[in-house]
Write a protein that binds this ligand. Structure first.
Ligand SMILES: *Cc1c(COP(=O)(O)O)cnc(C)c1O
Length: 416
């Protein structure tokens, strides 16, 4: 049996932390530095007026994903926005999104004068629940943005079938999902378009940046024009055809991404294997559960390793306190989103003055109980850089959870 431990032994109260190392991110070496330094020395920092580093990286990333085209841009919000506009959404159209995701998934919908419609998540995967999608479809629904949350693939066969039946476009939000796969296909390459972020926390990063991949030539041409102030490839510099902006990345970002991309596949393999191992380790600890990887062939890239926490098995300490204890033990983690997106002031207060959202749209009545529970009580996020550790590190994460549980149960049992 586990030996009892006192609360004083927890790192949060000054005890020895379980995890003895830190987990750096981003990871780089002299080759990354050299690549960026070469661009600096060349003086060719911009795009598209000089150099071809941006086009080179776009081709590399498209090839990596198994997609025909890629359009890079300033971030993973703009990439979603470019895809929505290119898909032909009109003001007042509805776009289905999950409520358990980063704000950008839904706010970009408002930014194209469309209405985000929230469909709850599946509690076993934290991805949008395909069984609940059809009930949310109206004659105004034009698109769906499935988010491969944490790097775990959505049920794409089910989503594609529903989209086909209802003539909806599918824009994958793969901001967490670089290198992850569903049935042998890279996430992002499955729907009409797939959007990625290169913001500093993401599994492939240049500090900021984004990209959208597609196999559809007309979508590609429109997105390519939109991110380049509406220019056309054969047009003149001061001829503008589409209502875009300057959303271009620099050559400095592009060469850094080309260097970073060389590491992605091996890093993804390591995270995936560590995730499988951590699943096994947590299966032996009461009160914590892993999300389900389902029964299809997939490769998870663990942008986050999500632990489902059950406070009733931890002496009823609230999730937030558990996360503080776990972080003090040295596990890089957080409690994640405090609320589902529709609870944000943006939606509750309808703070979209400059957008033409129909007056009838209201979010105060929206309720997605699974997303509510994930936010309030259940979801604990372990960050991707921690998933690049060793098997020993995974064991120490499990040990940290076990240690907290022992201390908490001891408090309950001794009534102190
Ligand atoms: C990070 C993120 C984005 C947006 O990316 P930025 O590069 O920060 O604009 C979109 N969707 C999800 C799910 C994200 O996590």
């Amino acid at each position: 049996m586990n030996k009892a431990i006192s609360v004083d032994q927890l790192a949060i109260h000054g005890g020895d932390p379980t995890v003895k190392r830190t987990f750096p991110w981003p990871i780089f070496d002299d080759q990354d530095v050299q690549a960026v330094a070469d661009v600096v020395r060349s003086g060719q920092w911009g795009n598209p007026d000089c150099g071809d580093a941006v086009a080179t990286f776009e081709q590399q990333f498209a090839d990596y994903c198994g997609s025909k085209y890629a359009v890079s841009c300033v971030n993973g919000s703009v990439s979603l926005r470019l895809a929505l506009i290119a898909c032909g959404v009109r003001p007042g159209d509805e776009v289905i999104v999950p409520p358990y995701t980063f704000i950008a998934t839904a706010s970009v919908v408002l930014e194209v004068n469309c209405v985000p419609v929230f469909v709850d998540i599946d509690p076993d995967t934290y991805n949008i629940d395909p069984q609940k999608i059809e009930a949310a479809i109206t004659e105004r629904t034009r698109a769906i943005i499935p988010v491969h949350f944490a790097g775990l693939s959505c049920d794409m066969n089910a989503i594609l079938a529903i989209a086909q039946k209802h003539n909806m476009r599918v824009i994958e939000d793969a901001a967490h999902a670089h290198g992850a796969e569903y049935k042998g296909k890279k996430l992002g390459s499955i729907g009409d378009a797939g959007s990625f972020s290169f913001q500093s926390s993401k599994n492939l990063t240049s500090g900021e940046g984004g990209i959208v991949v597609t196999n559809n030539e007309s979508l590609y041409q429109m997105m390519n024009s939109l991110r380049n102030v509406g220019r056309l490839p054969d047009g003149q510099w001061y001829d503008h055809f589409n209502p875009g902006c300057n959303y271009r990345v620099t050559q400095l970002q592009a060469v850094l991404l080309s260097e970073q991309l060389k590491r992605l596949d091996e890093q993804t393999r390591i995270r995936n294997e560590n995730g499988l191992y951590l699943d096994q380790l947590l299966a032996d600890i009461e009160g914590v559960t892993s999300l389900s990887r389902g029964d299809v062939a997939l490769r998870h890239c663990y942008h986050l390793y999500i632990v489902k926490y059950d406070k009733t098995k931890f002496g009823y300490i609230p999730k937030k306190e558990f996360v503080s204890m776990l972080a003090a033990e040295g596990v890089p983690c957080s409690a994640g989103y405090p609320h589902p997106l529709y609870k944000q002031p943006l939606f509750q207060q309808k703070n979209w003055q400059c957008y033409a959202i129909p007056d009838s749209v209201a979010y105060t009545q929206v309720n997605c109980p699974e997303a509510e529970r994930a936010c309030a009580d259940e979801a604990v996020w372990i960050f991707q850089q921690a998933m690049l550790g060793t098997r020993n590190d995974m064991e120490s994460f499990a040990e940290a959870i076990r240690k907290i549980r022992r201390a908490m149960l001891n408090v309950v049992e001794s009534g102190s």
